[in-house]
Design a protein around this ligand. Structure first.
Ligand code: TEU
Ligand code: CA
Length: 585
């Protein structure tokens, strides 16, 4: 029987500050904008806010490049605004989790400025510096063939030191050298700074990249024909990662009552994940695992296409649910974030067509049910509660702002010879998976720019805002927002079953329906209670056999606890005919 904790019951809402709510007309969301919307969040029923980075930053990667960990970037406001936000949250019984980006800093951080100035200064070893490799004709080359996540070599040359530094992301995001003890001490120190201020935990950005194989070997060729290759095999969950996380727990986390969620891409082995989150391990509480959000990523990276089947999704869910429940681990449930396309667009439309409005609301509710009734801590990304969708396919590349997308676009464009060469296949993939799909501003109401700003928004608001927005949905009993709010209430009322219960997948090899059972554990001989969650992933009618869930036809309508359609179930001879995207619990 799993032990209980507030961070397990929690419903966490992720805020991407730039796109949430702008109060001073500069087109960028800000902290005061979040303060304005606290009642909206309270009413939704979430109880923890995770704030994507609001620290001082040159914003080369939207704040994931931090130049001062202890201050707020002026574009978001001030430390005083942050205090007020914390106060507002506390008054409403809510908690605050901040982003911790410590695999790398900005190249404008004082540590890096000092480090790059010479090989003989106090910060010389704070980053990962290596001598050039000399090519056959004497020219200078990077120390190895690793590719940056954002294209090009993962190494950039520095004149003053005559050395290269490592950056797994942008050149403006140099990787910290965690092997060097003062670096770790500095990280622990800044964590204490925020925890002492009263925040309730951290979401740890690519925390699984902090320990690299120290020989920095060339990576094997996984993308033939490319100059640089992925070195993640030598970085993801590297040799000393567990040691470092354990140290962080001892030095910092053990002294506070926190929620910790580590981001852990490039790893899909549950045994390995469990080592970072197992209850007896003393490392993290849970991690973000990427099987679901990577389901449509092709062999040549996320922007190559992959056709997937409902069985793939079913297998991923069964794998992680069962593994964590029976091994005393814990799942973080998410299918959207600031790095992902919108779930309705990816898991329902799958790039095919734009489903019509009414159908989409059903689909969004179905996906919400699918996610939130699994075992784990549930994460809702801003706009997901409204069923927001991806950027329209007609939008051109000029509407896209994200560095990952632009670097990829320019690389392909160059390979194809540039000019007005056909890029429509690339655009198809971007429209499905580009990070910007999750970054269009919140659609608050039907006024200009969806009420997000009175100025010019930093990124275009989805054109559908006049008819698809928060103001319409909070007033509407049948909206996606209201459904989410009922769903979170339901989850709270059935914690024994939904959060802490067992999991059993009920369907196999079916392209239309996923059904699973959740069941409470017994203690002192009381009865086990269970729910069956049935989900139609098709825009058409689908059939499901009640007997597959161990259910009898008689009296079944009285046992329905939740659903996205009104009225009785449609049943003949023990077979339910599910309506388009119908879900029923
Ligand atoms: O993301 C890490 C990460 O896995 C993504 O970069 C992902 O690989 C990318 O979207 C490719 O599909 C974290 C942050 O969430 C992201 O916003 C940052 O850009 C990145 O780290 C660097 O800090
Ligand atoms: Ca602003």
């Amino acid at each position: 029987r799993p032990y209980r904790a507030w961070w397990k019951d929690a419903a966490v809402y992720q805020i991407y500050p730039s796109s949430f709510n702008d109060t001073n007309g500069d087109g960028i969301g800000d902290l005061r904008g979040i303060i304005e919307k606290l009642d909206y969040l309270k009413k939704l029923g979430v109880n923890v806010i995770w704030l994507s980075p609001i620290y001082k930053s040159p914003q080369k990667d939207m704040g994931y490049d931090i130049s001062d960990y202890r201050d707020v970037d002026p574009r978001y406001g001030t430390l005083a605004d942050l205090d007020e936000l914390e106060k507002g949250l506390r008054e409403r019984g809510m908690k605050l989790v901040m982003d911790l980006v410590v695999n790398h800093t900005s190249d404008e951080h004082a540590w890096f400025k000092e480090s790059r100035a010479s090989s003989y200064n106090a910060k010389a070893d704070w980053y990962i510096w290596k001598d050039p490799r000399i090519g056959s004709n004497g020219e200078r080359q990077p120390p190895n063939n690793w590719v940056s996540v954002f294209e090009g070599s993962a190494w950039t040359y520095n004149e003053a030191r005559n050395q290269y530094y490592l950056h797994l992301f942008l050149p403006e995001q140099p990787d910290l050298n965690w092997e060097h003890p003062p670096v770790r001490e500095a990280v622990y120190d800044l964590m204490r700074f925020w925890l002492d201020k009263g925040i309730d935990g951290f979401r740890m950005d690519v925390i699984n990249l902090i320990s690299k194989v120290q020989t920095f070997p060339d990576a094997p060729v996984t993308k033939p024909g490319e100059k640089y290759q992925s070195g993640m095999k030598y970085c993801a969950n590297g040799p000393r990662m567990h040691e470092f996380l354990h140290e962080m727990r001892n030095e910092v986390l053990d002294k506070y009552d926190t929620l910790t969620v580590g981001e852990m891409p490039w790893v899909d082995d549950p045994d390995e994940v469990l080592k970072a989150i197992g209850r007896d391990r003393g490392e993290l509480d849970m991690i973000f695992q990427f099987d679901i959000v990577g389901i449509d990523n092709g062999d040549l990276g996320k922007f190559s296409p992959r056709k997937w089947h409902l069985q793939d999704l079913r297998e991923v869910v069964s794998k992680w649910q069962n593994y964590m429940i029976y091994n005393d681990g814990w799942n973080a449930l998410f299918d959207e974030s600031h790095d992902q396309g919108r779930s309705v667009s990816r898991y329902v439309d799958r790039g095919a067509t734009d489903t019509d409005y009414e159908t989409r609301a059903f689909a969004a509710k179905m996906l919400a049910t699918f996610l939130a009734l699994q075992s784990g801590t549930v994460y809702i990304y801003q706009g997901q509660e409204l069923g927001m969708r991806n950027c329209p396919r007609q939008w051109g590349i000029e509407e896209y702002k994200d560095i990952e997308t632009l670097k990829y676009w320019n690389k392909v464009l160059k390979e194809r010879g540039g000019g007005d060469v056909d890029m429509s296949d690339v655009m198809d993939q971007l429209q499905l998976k580009a990070r910007d799909n999750g970054r269009t501003p919140m659609q608050w109401d039907s006024t200009n720019h969806g009420g997000f700003t009175t100025g010019k928004p930093w990124m275009r608001v989805n054109d559908e805002y006049p008819s698809w927005n928060a103001s319409l949905q909070t007033e509407d009993e049948s909206s996606v927002y209201t459904y989410w709010s009922n769903l979170l209430e339901f989850r709270k009322n059935y914690l024994d079953i939904v959060v802490y219960g067992d999991f059993k997948m009920l369907t196999k090899e079916d392209e239309a329906v996923i059904a699973y059972r959740r069941e409470s554990h017994t203690e002192h001989g009381e009865e086990r209670r269970s729910i069956v969650v049935v989900l139609n992933f098709q825009p058409t009618e689908s059939k499901w056999n009640l007997a597959d869930g161990g259910l009898a036809h008689d009296g079944i309508d009285d046992q329905v606890l939740l659903g996205n359609y009104k009225g009785k179930l449609n049943i003949t001879d023990g077979v339910v005919t599910l309506r388009p995207f119908e879900t029923v619990v």
